[in-house]
Design a protein around this ligand. Structure first.
Ligand code: SF4
Length: 445
């Protein structure tokens, strides 16, 4: 394979944690082929853009980056330019028409074919469209040393979604749900722990739907129980859960599994049952609230974060006020909030009664302003409390260390005695919306 001569690659990753995980897979594949990573696209012989298409903004961002990379290729024609991920799956052929500099597009399920695709592009000078959805999620490549120095790691336990929420494109670009075998997942977790990873996040569009047909581990809760026994693992997290599938066994697991962190990301999307019905979410606000109460009964310190959308077709002001009311009732630790945007192929794109852009922006601003206050109020309540923090590395400003609480809040603090990967006790002295400041409360030295 000609690509084996030493070359440099650069990967730009957009979107969700699943894309980060996929980019790690692609990097490990390329390193195995003899290429080396570079942080500078202008130095690279191969540039890969791993894209997202979940919202219109993400698509615009990907196209603007592809415009820049196409200009780079015009100056450096020997550069190979590839597009991976959800936008490549959704609009690959269109992208190739718009950007003639693109050599290949590759959907999420076709990623294991990267060596073969590169060979075709480089040796035969042929453009490739790889957008099959019937393939299984590729097995992780566990490359010794790749994760060394990382304190947190991720494992995709499944791929795709069968839910068809009416606004969402994911089932069309990531395909139907397929779960990976428990043996493969446990092996990958053991590998990450052996590389020094202390905290693992299990990924899937809807982890509650994890299923395996044989053996002792058949459900998501079975899988959590097995991973909780892994020697050396300090913390276990997962994302994302669907409220309609969050069962009693998983809620119970929060009270039983010592390494499972008391934090759940549980998207509610809207507070009005009429809007939830239009979204095809298949739960009500009452059901959502009952889940929150059940989770807090088991773990009173449970942190809850969520996704919410404003301006779904037909959303009235009273509907929106029901969303605001639910935010008050739950008291989310944090919210990822968005304006609805049409995704071609998703059912809501054909719905009437679209909401005016200015109205959507105004609702989003009101919601975000209130949530900011709630997050700050919740964080302020932690001042004076001692919390366990897993040190992940230097803070953004670089003058302190930074880590997370079990509830997934960022804490910055000064210490000279502890290193990355240590679990330490920190007393919180100050709170802001996005992070907490603490002091290490165990006497040092
Ligand atoms: S559960 Fe709904 S929003 Fe989430 S990925 Fe599946 S279809 Fe999309």
């Amino acid at each position: 394979m000609r690509i084996l001569t030493p070359k440099l690659f650069h990967i730009s990753t957009m979107g969700c944690q699943m894309n980060d995980y996929d980019s790690d897979f692609l990097s490990q594949t390329l390193i195995r082929l003899g290429l080396s990573p570079t942080g500078a696209p202008e130095d690279a012989d191969l540039v890969l853009v791993n894209t997202c298409t979940v919202r219109e903004k993400a698509e615009q961002k990907a196209c603007s980056l592809l415009g820049r990379m196409s200009r780079l290729k015009k100056k450096k024609p020997e550069l190979t330019l590839g597009v991976a991920g959800c936008l490549a799956q959704h609009k690959g052929k269109q992208l190739m028409g718009r950007f003639p500099e693109i050599d290949f597009v590759m959907g999420p399920r076709d990623m294991a074919r990267l060596p073969e695709i590169l060979d075709t592009v480089v040796s035969r000078r042929t453009r490739v469209v790889a957008d099959r959805l019937d393939l299984l999620r590729p097995e992780a490549i566990c490359r010794p040393g790749y994760f060394q120095g990382n304190i947190t790691g991720q494992i995709a336990i499944m791929e795709g979604c069968n839910n068809f929420c009416s606004y969402c494109i994911v089932p069309f670009v990531r395909g139907r749900e397929t779960s990976r075998s428990p043996g493969e997942i446990i092996q990958e977790a053991e590998y990450l722990v052996s590389e020094g990873v202390g905290e693992i996040t299990l990924l899937g569009q809807n982890v509650n739907s994890y299923r395996w047909e044989s053996g002792d581990i058949r459900t998501f809760t079975d899988l959590l129980k097995a991973l909780n026994r892994l020697s050396g693992l300090l913390r276990l997290r997962f994302t994302t859960s669907h409220p309609k599938d969050l069962g009693k066994d998983l809620i119970q697991a929060f009270g039983e599994l010592e390494h499972l962190c008391p934090h759940i990301h549980l998207p509610f999307q809207a507070g009005s049952n009429r809007v939830l019905h239009g979204m095809n979410r298949r739960y009500t606000r009452e059901h959502y609230m009952a889940l929150i109460h059940a989770l807090r009964d088991v773990r009173p310190d449970m942190a809850v974060t969520s996704d919410v959308m404003v301006g779904f077709p037909g959303e009235t002001e009273p509907d929106f006020l029901l969303t605001m009311d639910l935010i008050e009732r739950v008291g989310f630790d944090n919210l990822y909030s968005f304006q609805y945007s049409d995704r071609k192929g998703a059912a809501a794109a054909n719905m009437d009664d679209k909401i005016d852009d200015r109205e959507k922006a105004s609702r989003l601003a009101r919601l975000q302003a209130r949530q900011k206050q709630i997050t700050l109020e919740k964080n302020n309540k932690l001042v004076g409390h001692t919390l366990e923090v897993l040190i992940e590395g230097e803070s953004r400003r670089g003058d302190q260390l930074s880590g997370r609480t079990a509830t997934n809040k960022v804490v910055n603090f000064k210490t000279s005695c502890y290193n990355k990967g240590s679990l330490i006790q920190v007393i919180i002295v100050r709170a802001a919306v996005n992070s907490l400041t603490g002091e290490v409360c165990v006497p040092e030295g």
